[in-house]
Design a binder for this molecule. Structure first.
Ligand SMILES: *Cc1c(COP(=O)(O)O)cnc(C)c1O
Length: 383
């Protein structure tokens, strides 16, 4: 698809993706890769990204949040393993067998239902236990482990948990990793307990991007990166710690750029207001570009009067409130701007750039949210 007829589009760099996968594989060594394509592949496009990942044989699993995402990648042609990290409704559990999709279990009712379906179908199911180690989100408390073991024992087709996992609460947000160490101790103790009950899983996995980058001892058999594969650091603290450890800062390259076009150019006199709420007033004669992108598309309203876009490699400040489907930028200082000119909302243009991290900083958010909220209606083009 060409962008000639598009008003707003997202470009995905395949070269950057290949580079990032190589970096991840280099960091993880023998551990297998389970990469996250939840949240529409962090806004990059679920089917576009899973299609590209098919070519990379090092990737053993795709991880998703929901059954619907798992089904979409399976029907989209992904032949290797799929793991659902989030909850699955009871009426969809049977379809996990049909599509060969592995659930993460944190709740007894679900495991019992899977057990009785496996009896009915006489089919095995690879399940992963999610262990509660201190995040207090989804997870099985240590004192509940025996109950889960009893359920496994009572369903011959479930046999044993295939995997056991946990998720760290506080690796990204700090340079002090005591809490992660504490969670890791809890995890190791619970695995020992499973082992003593003859239920040791085959595949242990705990590491998201930050853990994978910073802590070798969280790698175990499988690692579960998300954001790093898309070329973004989990946080400033993660890159700072990595550089302190003597690491390289060119490990990851962002895949995504977001672009639009100028759909109206106008001259506005001094002392005129721009947009809803009259929050901006021109101080001089101003050339305004109207852009067909708004908060519906994922350009946060918190960026009103607070960001810039790039036109021909030059910065154009955003003026007034971001509307639902439109926004305005000041192009007074940029020469030769024409109707239909390409505008960069995220990415680089000429020698300048605007990053998801900058937009996050200006809107009190994080790069994960900026990326994952990019509207799924925006066409994704692989370049
Ligand atoms: C999203 C998610 C990941 C990936 O996290 P990143 O910080 O994007 O690498 C890993 N594990 C679980 C359980 C997740 O929900």
């Amino acid at each position: 698809m060409s962008n000639a007829n598009l008003l707003s589009w997202i470009e995905i760099s395949y070269k950057a993706l290949a580079h990032n996968i190589k970096s991840l594989a280099g960091l993880t060594g023998k551990s297998k890769l389970a990469v996250s394509v939840k949240a529409n592949a962090y806004g990059h496009g679920l089917l576009e990204i899973s299609g590209l990942l098919s070519k990379h044989k090092q990737i053993e699993y795709l991880t998703v949040h929901s059954f619907e995402e798992a089904q979409a990648v399976r029907l989209g042609g992904w032949l290797r393993k799929i793991m659902i990290l989030g909850p699955v409704q009871a009426n969809l559990l049977e379809a996990l067998f049909e599509y060969d999709i592995e659930p993460v279990i944190f709740e007894k009712t679900t495991l019992r239902k899977l057990g009785s379906i496996s009896n009915k179908l006489k089919k095995n199911m690879r399940t992963h236990l999610k262990l509660e180690t201190g995040t207090n989100r989804q997870g099985i408390a240590e004192k509940e482990l025996e109950d889960f073991v009893e359920i496994y024992k009572s369903y011959p087709y479930l046999k044993k948990p295939y995997g056991a996992s946990t998720h760290f609460a506080n690796i990204e947000d700090t340079t002090n990793h005591e809490y992660a160490e504490y969670q890791l101790e809890n995890f190791n103790r619970m695995i020992k307990k499973l082992d003593s009950l003859q239920m040791k899983p085959v595949l242990l996995h705990t590491a998201s991007s930050a853990a994978l980058i910073l802590f070798k001892k969280t790698h175990f058999d499988l690692v579960r990166p998300g954001i790093a594969m898309y070329g973004h650091w989990p946080s400033k603290e993660t890159i700072a710690t990595h550089l302190n450890q003597g690491g390289k800062n060119n490990l990851f390259q962002p895949l995504l750029s977001w672009k639009t076009r100028i759909t109206q150019l106008k001259s506005v006199a001094a002392d005129e207001f721009v947009g809803y709420g009259c929050t901006y007033r021109t101080s001089k004669k101003t050339r305004l570009a109207v852009l067909p992108v708004g908060y519906f598309d994922g350009y946060s309203r918190a960026l009103s009067n607070h960001s810039y876009v790039l036109v021909g490699g030059k910065r154009a400040p955003v003026r007034g409130r971001i509307c639902m489907n439109l926004m305005m930028a000041d192009v007074s200082d940029i020469k030769g701007v024409k109707l239909g000119d390409e505008v960069t909302l995220i990415g680089s243009s000429g020698r300048d750039s605007v990053t998801a991290e900058q937009l996050a900083g200006w809107s009190n958010s994080i790069n994960y949210e900026i990326l994952s909220r990019l509207g799924s209606h925006i066409p994704r083009l692989i370049v």
